[in-house]
Structure formats: C-alpha cells, structure tokens
Write a protein that binds this ligand. Structure first.
Ligand code: NAD
Length: 374
C-alpha cells in the first residue's frame, strides 16, 4: 500500500467499516425454502424487504445482495405486477413475501423480514419509514432522509417508539477512500482539517422525472447536495453551526419547480469552513480536504459515485480495493442490529442534514445571508 494506511489502522478500518464482511460473495442463489427465517437466522442473516423497485433498488441494491453476508433479500414491495413476477422469480421470493403499497402494512406479520429498505421518491420516505416502524421493522431509508426537519423528527420518534433502528442510505461512509477521510478526521495525523471542498453534480435527463418536481422532493440540493454536506462533516469531524447558500438557474423552464445548481458554505465550531457545489446541470464528483499540517491534503476524484474511486493523500496515490458500497452498508446495518450498537449513518445524522438543508434554503430565500443552524 502506497499511502498512510498502516496495518494497524487497516485492521481497525476493516472492523469498524465491516469491510471484510462484504468482500466474499455468497455464491449462487439458495433453494426457495431456505429463504425462511429459521435457516437464515441460523446463518446470522437478517431479511431485508425493498420498498420501491426503481432504478436504485434494481440496479444497485439487488446486485449488492450477491455480496452481503449478514443480510439477504427476503421481501419486495411494488405496485407493478410485472416487477412482482420478474424479481420474485429472479430472487426466489415467494408470493407471500411480495407486497404492494396497499398491503404493505401486513409486512408486520412476516418474521422473515427484519429490515424494510425504503427506496421510494423522496416525498414518500417519511410515510413508509413510519409505517415500517409501526410494523415493528428496522428501517433503512434512502437519502435524502425526507423533506423537512419536522418529518425527520417524526420518523425518528416512530422508530424510537417502536423500538426499531433507523439508518439512512449514506453509502459513501462505507467506501474505503471516504473511510480513510473519516479516519484522518478522527486520528488527525496531519492535524485537523482546515478547509474542505466538495462537489457533486450530474446533467439530468428526462424533464418529466420526479427529481424535477417539487411535490416529490426534487432538486439538486436534496438529491445530491446531501453527499457534499455529509463529506464536509465527516472530513472535519464536526457538525456545522451556520450556512450560507446561493442558487443559480440557467434553465428556468426545466428547473421551474426545483433548484438547478446550489453553492453553499458551512462554518464549523473549530472555525473550519467548507465550500460545496451541487447541480443537476454540470458533472462534478470531487472531495478535497486541506489539513493544518501545511501542504498535506487529500483529493478524491471521482468521489461519490458507484465505481472505482481515485485519490491522492499527501501527494501519494490512495490505493484501496474496490468494494460494493451498497453491500457493505447493508451488512454493517445488519451487524449493528445484531450487536445492538449504532452505525455512523443513523436517523439522527439524517436529521442533522435536514437542518442544514432547511438552513441553506432559508439563506437562499434571504439573499445568501448567514443562517445559524438550530
Ligand atoms: P426511481 O424513480 O427509479 O424509482 C422510484 C420507485 O418508486 C419506482 O419503482 C416507482 O414505481 C416507485 N413509486 C411508488 N410510488 C410512486 C409514486 N407515487 N410516484 C413515483 N414513483 C413511485 O428512483 P430512484 O433513482 O430509484 O430513487 C429512489 C430513492 O433512492 C430516492 O430517494 C433517491 O434519492 C434514492 N437514491 C439513492 C442513491 C444512492 O446512491 N444512495 C442513488 C439513487 C437513488
């Protein structure tokens, strides 16, 4: 390894991230009767039901199950009859474990489903998280957690009242380059972070998609800006105290309902600042962290994506193996439930980010003024 990642820190990284757990594939699909809880739980696996079988669920999460060790796909929730047939067959899920949005609450009676993973449009996250919690199921909710601080608090309360855990789909915290950033913030070999820059954007296509609709919780800041604020917080190891936001629009028709490009800056208690840009009309995938130890910095580009990351640390290449973030994330969540501890991507972290988002929108609405985070 040509970087600062010592054997000792590698071992601690492997333990804390669950990295080792997800690298071995389970192999070919198991016979249908073995998906039942009795056999799964004997093998230490928790059952996950995916709610919403759209792009992310089918293209990223479903393939991820081929590499999970602590959880497996045991349920599906979809309104589309053809998806019930197709994915039920592909993943050997019996009809009794396939629900639609009307029958969803019956999931409470299914002992093979321990975790409900909400992969619906953003405006539906709060409702399905709360319904899953009331059904007595642990929840993983995709990012952004929801649309408001109020919703986030209601989701946390519902999970608390029903004694289930709530995790947010912040997959980058389960990726080796970003885990190294988190380690640098914790162990401070270069001193603390002095400045962070994070950028994530892509050119959005189909103008009719829900990501361009306000009522669905669309817009660049909610969709991809959360990665930028997440990264700044874990690179610095603090929560921000204030923000400034600016919005830029080049296509007021396509982006008539939602934000197109947002730049925002965050102030942290130690005096460190971060600067971020997020957009639906430009490509950017970068994280830069500058440390107190002069000239020491980390740059990861591309960052935040699904494929291979590339980065440099103090002038040397970061060389970490590719891992499936989705599988690692689901395994670490399952492990935290089994061992009764918390991940670093809980609902409380999602709530913090909703506070940041609301403050950024408030700043934008008021001409970019400084807004303190309550
Ligand atoms: P998508 O549009 O591809 O899928 C959404 C699914 O929800 C579809 O199957 C759709 O049929 C279903 N749905 C159910 N009720 C609906 C309704 N009333 N209106 C619209 N759709 C309805 O979206 P996606 O890209 O899979 O995103 C889903 C969630 O996953 C979003 O919250 C998104 O932010 C998140 N996501 C996360 C990542 C990540 O890297 N963590 C990546 C992509 C998407």
């Amino acid at each position: 390894m040509n970087n600062s990642f010592s054997d000792l820190s590698r071992r601690s990284f492997i333990t804390k991230s669950g990295f080792a757990l997800s690298t071995a594939a389970l192999g070919s699909a198991l016979p249908i009767d073995s998906i039942y809880a009795s056999s799964d739980k004997r093998r230490g696996q928790l059952g996950i039901a995916l709610v919403g079988l759209g792009g992310y669920a089918t293209q990223m999460l479903m393939p991820g199950f081929a590499q999970t060790k602590r959880c497996r796909l045991t349920g599906l929730v979809t309104g589309a009859p053809e998806k019930k047939i197709r994915y039920g067959k592909e993943f050997e899920i019996p009809d009794t474990h396939i629900y639609d949005y009307e029958t969803f609450d019956r999931i409470a009676d299914n002992p093979d489903i321990d975790i409900v993973y909400v992969v619906l449009p953003n405006s539906m996250h709060a409702e399905y998280t709360i319904r899953a919690a009331k059904a007595g199921k642990h929840v993983i909710c995709e990012k952004p957690m929801c649309l408001s601080v109020e919703e986030a608090k209601a989701m946390i309360s519902a999970c608390h009242e029903n004694n289930v855990t709530l995790n947010i789909g912040y997959r980058c915290q389960y990726e080796p380059h970003n885990l190294e950033i988190i380690r640098l913030a914790r162990e401070k070999p270069f001193g603390g972070a002095r400045y962070v820059q994070s950028e994530l954007g892509f050119v959005i296509g189909d103008p009719s998609q829900w990501r361009l609709r306000r009522d669905y919780g669309g817009g660049a800041l909610l969709d991809v800006g959360v990665y930028c604020m997440q990264a700044a917080c874990y690179a610095i190891g603090e929560d921000p105290i204030a923000v400034y936001g600016q919005e830029f629009k080049t296509d007021p028709v396509k982006f008539g309902e939602v934000d197109e490009t947002v730049a925002f800056q965050m102030e942290f208690p130690s005096g460190v600042i971060s600067n971020s840009t997020t957009s639906f009309s430009l490509d950017a995938h970068r994280l830069y962290v500058n440390y107190q130890d002069a000239n020491k910095h980390v740059e990861i580009q591309p960052n935040f994506n699904y494929g291979k990351y590339r980065g440099s640390i103090a002038g040397k290449p970061m060389e970490f193996p590719f891992i499936n973030q989705q599988a690692n994330h689901m395994d670490v969540v399952a492990q935290s439930i089994q061992e009764g501890n918390e991940t670093t991507t809980t609902g409380d972290v999602g709530l913090r980010d909703m506070k940041i988002i609301e403050a950024i929108f408030q700043s934008i609405a008021n001409g970019g003024v400084r807004i303190e985070i309550g």
